[in-house]
Design a binder for this molecule. Structure first.
Ligand SMILES: C[S@@+](CC[C@H](N)C(=O)[O-])C[C@H]1O[C@@H](n2cnc3c(N)ncnc32)[C@H](O)[C@@H]1O
Length: 288
């Protein structure tokens, strides 16, 4: 019997256009391709690359705990490999970003001594940096899943940018085909953000476009207004810094960044970005 192999790849966020060459090659050469994608064009693309396709979406059911669905997906992938097939798993976005089944399938395949690898891809956060025109180098960038952020009382630095994922499904651990009841969780998030940034601090609700002809969503609202902002399961929140960064003089000395001119430029470019600085740089969606 052939030794089973597993390639886990991402299809990016934008319909088919963000599939890397290595991902395409893994999709084309697999005996079977499991997929979880969010737009019909990417599905069509996968169909052109390989006719042995199997949707992982069928493991979801409305009201079913997401973790049950994830474990079933892993079972289906590993079960297919046990029959000696080479498997490719193609997930939208980056396959290793908020994608438990991808990591778990690789872990279980390697535990059996099989070859398994993940190919990096374009995530929603990558699109956010490009569409909003922000650079994580400016102030640093912290990234949390929104329910995790609240539940574990995460500590973060308000002088750095903050990205919160899954703000449209806060507190809901099951799959909901007909929409999520996120409002109560969103109120709690607004309370937490208001405590640290104040209710007037401006944040951006971001949704990357799936097709290049459509604009992305970049709605700037205050923290207080966020409570009444309509969200979708694809919404991601970008929170610009709420305070400026001031370099530590002792560290400037230790690092030898003593030259006043260089120091000024560095601080201007990297350290002093406040909400206004950042919002002034946010590119408007194409088509606005
Ligand atoms: C289960 S995670 C999947 C992330 C995906 N693997 C990636 O690499 O971006 C779902 C979350 O990703 C973010 N997301 C997915 N699609 C998005 C889009 N089109 N625009 C902005 N954020 C998106 C949202 O925060 C959403 O709740």
């Amino acid at each position: 019997m052939k030794r089973p192999t597993l390639n886990v790849v991402g299809t990016g966020i934008q319909a088919a256009g963000q599939v890397t060459i290595e991902a395409r090659s893994a999709i084309e050469s697999a005996d079977r391709v499991f997929f979880l994608v969010t737009d019909p064009l990417t599905l069509e693309y996968l169909e052109r690359c390989n006719s042995n396709l199997e949707s992982l979406h069928t493991s979801y059911a409305s009201g079913r705990p997401r973790m049950d669905s994830y474990l079933e997906m892993v079972g289906r992938i590993i079960g297919t490999m046990e029959r000696g097939e080479s498997v490719c798993v193609a997930l939208y976005g980056h396959p290793g970003v908020f994608a438990f089944p991808a990591h778990e399938a690789i872990r279980q395949a390697r535990a059996r001594g099989w070859y398994a690898r993940m190919c990096p891809a374009v995530s929603a956060e990558d699109c956010l940096f490009a569409d909003l025109g922000v650079d994580p180098a400016w102030t640093g960038c912290q990234s949390f899943e929104a329910t995790d952020f609240l539940l574990f009382n995460r500590r973060w630095d308000i002088r750095s940018a903050l990205v919160l994922w899954q703000i449209g499904v806060i507190g809901d651990t099951s799959f909901q085909g007909g929409g999520y009841a996120y409002k109560a969780g969103l109120q709690l998030l607004v309370g937490r953000l208001a405590e640290h940034y104040g209710p007037e601090h401006r944040v951006i609700v971001y949704e990357a476009a799936h097709y290049p002809i459509y604009p992305h969503r970049a709605d700037t609202v205050s923290v207080a207004e966020l409570a009444d902002t309509a969200l979708t399961p694809e919404s991601t929140l970008f929170v610009p810094p709420g305070a400026s960064s001031v370099p530590d003089p002792a560290m400037l000395d230790l690092l030898g960044i003593a030259d006043a001119a260089i120091h000024r430029v560095r601080v201007q470019l990297l350290g002093a970005r406040t909400t206004d600085d950042l919002l002034a740089h946010v590119a408007p969606p194409v088509g606005d």
